[in-house]
Ligand binder design. Sequence first.
Ligand code: BES
Ligand code: MN
Ligand code: ZN
Length: 498
Amino acid sequence: MQYEVWTKDSNRLGVECLVAGIFEGGELPDETRLIDKACGGRIAALVKRGDFAGRNGDTLLVGELSGLRARRVLLVGQGTRAGLSRRLWRRAAYTAVTALARTRISSAAFALARPAASELDDYWLARATAEIAAAALYRVNDLKTGKKPRPPALARILAGPVAASGVAAARRGFTHGAAVGIGLETLRNLGNLPANVCTPSYLANGARALARRHPQSLRVRVLDERAIRRERMGCFLAVTRGSEEPPRFIVLEHRGGKAGEAPVVLVGKGITFDTGGISLKDPPAMDEMKFDMSGAATVIAALTVVSELKLALNVVGLVPTCENMPGGRAIKPGDIVTSASGQTVEILNTDAEGRLILCDALHYARRFKPAAVVDIATLTGACVVALGAHHSGVMANDDALARELVESGRRADDRAWQLPLTEDYADQLKSNFADMANVAGRDGGAITAGAFLGKFTKGLKWAHMDIAGTAYLSGAQKGSTGRPISLLSEFLIQRAAR
Ligand code: BES
Ligand code: MN
Ligand code: ZN
């Protein structure tokens, strides 16, 4: 996709279609009024007749408009002028791209009404446009046979109007947004693949392919089971025991900052399928546990974005990845294992496996002397109960880091909410037989999972993101959402700038 900024007079732009907003009640936004004037009042007349109500989400493609170089206008409802918010602007833009994708239009200039600059400045106008276009044009990796639909023709998007003074910022926004868009596609593709395709080895090969595309800046190492044993990752090994599929531990290193500068370490949960193990899950919706590697996919996607942008930042991605299966060799409730940190863990529930693979990866992170460690995981159903699908959960042993992530999410419209990770929760993990148990009952389940990880991150600046509710949708919309790649990209872009 080609992205450009336009500054003035949309009627003269060499594109096939203009995208213009209409407010509910028939009022024309300023840009639309100019377009209307150029085509002899056709738009105002059509609205007056009642052909288009301007409700948010409505679209109408109008053709053969003489006076306009583009000849076509896609009218997009933007709701009431007073109610125009960034959220509604985003929705209108998404709707517009979706509508364009159903046509053979290959280039379009967006001239939607914008919320106040304090909500959407020139940089974010461009960045959000590119991210929204990537999301709306995403097509699931197709394993259906039969006739394939033609891919959308849309190949060039212009956003504006932007004053001359804002062009540089908008161009930067496009660069960032396009990279995040690539990350989004990477993440959703990995998430949506079935577990018989997207295995730990598949993820490792994906990481290797990524590193090959960026030989100057990106290094990859993949530990196999023997190497994982040498690292004494007893908790990780406990989870993979029941599976025939070999585990992998992936290490990606982006060197964009100064040599010796402390890196940001990202850790992603890579359970390619979570049956629950011997503590077997109920059958309904178990297929959705193919999304249990969304944290891992987020980390690989984040390294993709960082590499695309050549961010001036050192970033390490760690991905422990395996299946959680029942079997003759599988771990059993009550088994006690020794983590890489040396602490012993009584596994009371084999379905609390995410924290077991993460605790060994978090311990591994220490060797990088990180500036910050952020783990991303579809960790608990309790987080879905607490926050639903709207916010990712953030827990941290460092409030500034938690706030940084929450703020990044707010700016990127990929929101997260901090949960209180006080010592009280760690107390609930007491075991009569080992240093700790891996579960602590139902109450506060998202936070006790965070507290478990906290026992392995003492002395590190660490935050944990629970994306169980945000990473994918169920039901008719089933599929990876691509969250939280926008949040995480914003976090890294800001870190690189400071
Ligand atoms: N992968 C699940 C968490 C999950 C649940 C993600 C629902 C997405 C949707 C995780 O491994 C798990 O099974 N967690 C258990 C923990 C419990 C045994 C303490 C859970 O949430 O039920
Ligand atoms: Mn589980
Ligand atoms: Zn899981």
